[in-house]
Design a protein around this ligand. Structure first.
Ligand SMILES: [Zn+2]
Length: 184
């Protein structure tokens, strides 16, 4: 079995290509690392989760396995709330993680509630106020989940047996695969 990569896809995901002399399989690099480490194939419902939100940070400290159904939910819960100042009434208020998540899309505000955002909206419509520039709030992730806590670097990567670390041509990678496994 030869392993080519990892190479980075256009969406930023890292992939490896496995070749057994007959078939090529493209798969997620972090998933490959975990499967190698655990010595088993992950099931259809198991997904790889990067605790700090950076899916190129494949340190095992940063990786855990979650059931697919729980994954989306966690992504929201894990974002830390923030203390913000209402841009209409200057009230300092606590913003939930979910709201911080929504706010990161660059809306006006923040506002302490519907009342203030409503007043802003109405005043804007009547031309009484200038449109506020969108504000960006960095998402701060909780790191309160337990990682796999495996060794930071995989044996195969370390050993330098020549199969891993070869340069892979990103441009042609996807077209060459006969079988693809893309669950992540
Ligand atoms: Zn307010």
């Amino acid at each position: 079995m030869k392993v080519y990569g990892p190479y980075t896809r256009k969406d930023g995901r890292q992939m490896v290509v496995l070749y057994d002399g007959e078939h090529t399989i493209t798969m997620s690099y972090p998933k490959f690392l975990v499967e190698e480490k655990l010595g088993r194939i992950l099931s259809d419902t198991e997904t790889i989760d990067h605790l700090n939100g950076d899916f190129t940070d494949n340190d095992f400290e940063n990786i855990r396995i979650v059931e697919r159904a729980e994954h989306a939910k966690d992504d929201v819960i894990r974002i830390a709330g923030a203390t913000l100042t209402c841009q209409w009434c200057d009230t300092v208020f606590e913003c939930s993680g979910k709201s911080v998540h929504d706010r990161s899309r660059g809306k006006a505000g923040p506002f302490c509630g519907k009342s203030c955002s409503g007043k802003y909206g109405a005043s804007l419509q009547r031309g009484k106020v200038e449109k506020m520039p969108p504000q960006h709030h960095d998402k701060v992730y909780y790191k309160n989940k337990t990682s796999l806590n495996l060794e930071p670097v995989l044996r195969k990567i370390d050993s330098g047996d020549g199969d891993i670390g070869e340069t892979f041509d990103n441009g042609n990678a996807e077209g060459t695969s006969k079988e693809e496994r893309r669950r992540d």
